[in-house]
Design a protein around this ligand. Structure first.
Ligand code: NAD
Ligand code: UGA
Length: 472
């Protein structure tokens, strides 16, 4: 039973700025676990807010297993999505900043530093509308020492107006991974809270304590918290690049990547997770967070540190290039006008997110080789694919040498008349493809390139499908 003395101390109203992949699910879980707190999620994108309020739960702006059930339970009870930013901040005791922090595309630090304009804008909005004492929580992933910037904006702006506003800042980075967001939020490995104001820390601690055991709630200084988030992502990405280098060695030496990954992963010091070789890591964060780490290392005059992390990104690029080269060389050195089925476009399974998906680079390279792609993904629609593939990068290729792509409604629609099938995302349904049916729909010789090592290759081979796997 939820009793008064267990209530999160003092916090009655939370506002979250940013209704994206982090803000939406994180606030949904807080609302579910703390029914006595009113949680309001705001966004400048009104369409997104409308989508969060859609009565058809299949139309929520993001897909995450289990999210729809929480929305159904809490929405318009203690969880609200609104564009009324002013009112929502004014009544909040605690404001989470959960906005995007992509890599800067121009100016100082372009291509490496994080663009903090949305964080800065959020801080300015908070200072404008907040009333009384407000705890501001950095949920976005930001460079170490960003809290200083936020504090500067909050303190000076508030003083200038002569209003009695009081702010304290906490860092509370998010470690959820997409596709598992609800599971990760409900059972986190740890929750990290960085700050120096004990009362504010206690308030946030008490919220998480509603469902996370205290031993898993780690309190650190604010800079450790900010840096730990970047370091955690860099370590995870480094593990993927490491296993991908070994996949290349396996292909040359007769070793098998699955066997090697299992053998090394059973060493508890290494750990078995994040040892799946594949088309390289995608997603909105690994690359940008490593770039940010590289930028910080250079900024603090640590070039060796910067170079070390640069290699992790280089290997990721190398892995994607060599997969494309493998496809081209296997299909006799040219893809011109050849039909190729692409299975999976999201950057990983169980999400509709395509940001930085390996599929984008690989598809663009195949289009540059003149291939005619038919792309199927269970959760990514054709509009989204068009947004990702519609770039000027291919403009230098003449129309007759440039490939084309179309959207497929199903696996079997995608493979129709193809000479190659490329599996790029580890969707569950790709594990049980009917290879007999596929072999009847495709042309000969037909090649399967399974970059995720998830298909039933024995059944594919039995049906005369030639197979290439990463690391085998
Ligand atoms: P997102 O792009 O999905 O969502 C961010 C939202 O913030 C957008 O809807 C945008 O419209 C809104 N926004 C931007 N400026 C605003 C403002 N001034 N006022 C109101 N709304 C504003 O981004 P995301 O994937 O949710 O990531 C958010 C942060 O969390 C990033 O720093 C990211 O690195 C970090 N993070 C992401 C993940 C993930 O799995 N996506 C996991 C952990 C941490
Ligand atoms: C990652 C981290 O796992 C989260 O802890 C972190 O909060 C988040 O980034 C973030 O800061 O945004 P996410 O990107 O959602 O989460 O997904 P991951 O499961 O980490 O996968 C990232 C990429 O690595 C995917 O393209 C995935 O296919 C690939 N991957 C993952 C592999 O190629 N091999 C593996 O063994 C694991």
């Amino acid at each position: 039973m939820y009793t008064e003395d267990k209530m999160s101390k003092g916090i009655k109203n939370i506002c979250c700025i940013g209704a994206g992949y982090v803000g939406g699910p994180t606030m949904a879980v807080i609302a579910k676990k703390c029914p006595n707190i009113i949680v309001t999620v705001v966004d400048i994108n009104e369409k997104k807010i409308d989508d969060w309020n859609n009565s058809d739960l299949t139309k929520l702006p993001i897909f995450e297993p289990g999210l729809d059930l929480i929305i159904k339970k809490c929405r318009n009870k203690n969880l609200f999505f609104t564009s009324d930013i002013k009112e929502s901040i004014a009544k909040a005791d605690m404001v989470f900043i959960s906005v995007n922090t992509p890599t800067k595309t121009s100016g100082v630090g372009a291509g490496r530093a994080s663009d903090l304009k949305w964080v800065e804008e959020s801080a300015r909005t908070v200072v404008k509308f907040a009333k009384g004492k407000t705890i501001v929580v950095e949920k976005s992933t930001i460079p170490v020492r960003t809290a200083e910037v936020i504090k500067c904006i909050l303190d000076t702006s508030s003083d200038k107006r002569g209003e009695k506003k009081e702010f304290s800042i906490l860092s509370n980075p998010e470690f959820l991974s997409e596709g598992n967001a609800i599971r990760d939020l409900e059972n986190p490995d740890r929750v990290l809270i960085g700050g120096d104001d004990e009362k504010s820390i206690e308030s946030l601690f008490n919220i998480y304590k509603e469902w996370v055991i205290p031993e898993k709630i780690l309190c650190t200084n604010i800079w450790s918290s900010e840096l730990s988030k970047l370091a955690a992502n860099a370590f995870l990405a480094q593990k993927i690049s490491s296993i991908n280098t070994i996949s290349g060695l396996c292909e040359k030496s007769g070793a098998e990547i699955n066997e090697v990954a299992k053998a090394i992963g059973m060493d508890s010091r290494i750990g078995s997770q994040f040892l799946n070789a594949g088309p390289g890591f995608g997603g909105s964060c690994f690359k940008k967070d490593i770039l940010n780490l590289i930028y910080l290392s250079d900024f603090y005059k640590l070039p060796e540190v910067a170079e070390y992390w640069e290699k992790v990104l280089e290997i990721n690029h190398w892995q994607q290039n060599r997969i494309v080269e493998k496809i081209v060389s296997t299909l006799f050195g040219t893809l011109n006008r050849k039909k190729i089925a692409i299975l999976g476009f999201s950057f990983k399974a169980n999400t509709n997110d395509t940001r930085n998906s390996p599929a984008i680079k690989i598809c663009k390279d195949l289009l540059g080789e003149g291939a005619n792609l038919k792309i199927f993904d269970p959760k990514v629609d054709s509009k989204q694919i068009e947004k990702e593939l519609n770039s000027k990068e291919l403009d230098f290729i003449s129309d007759e040498n440039k490939g084309s792509w179309e959207y497929a409604e199903s696996i079997y629609d995608a493979v129709q008349d193809s000479l190659g099938i490329v599996v790029l995302t580890e969707w569950e349904e790709f594990k049980s493809i009917n290879w007999e049916k596929v072999s009847l729909l495709t042309r000969d010789p037909i090649w399967l390139f399974d970059t995720r090592n998830i298909c039933n290759i024995n059944e594919a081979r039995t049906n005369n499908i030639l197979v290439w796997n990463v690391g085998l």
